[in-house]
Design a protein around this ligand. Sequence first.
Ligand SMILES: [Zn+2]
Length: 112
Amino acid sequence: MSEARARRFHIKKGDTVLILNGDEQGKTGKVLRVSRKKEAAIIERINFVKRHVRPGHPTAPQGGVIEKEALVEISKLMLVCPKCNKPMRAKNQRRDQGKRARICGSCNEQID
Ligand SMILES: [Zn+2]
């Protein structure tokens, strides 16, 4: 599978997103990581799961149970505009000199 064929998402690292459904519905968080392969993202302090780890783990050198963010499907996320703080649809996109930009439908702000 080539990089060019990889699907482009409206969400990327550093974005603030709104959780659209599931247990965390209505919450917002910052995107820490996007997995294109799994079409999902890790959102800061969203979707915590408990994990048992062996001694030697960087977060828990003694081993035991740690809480860690689990992947959330991209389809359950909506980008929140950093300017007006409203959830925005990803449809407002345009190409400017070959560069793709995301445009907020509420305040018209361009988000790179
Ligand atoms: Zn906006």
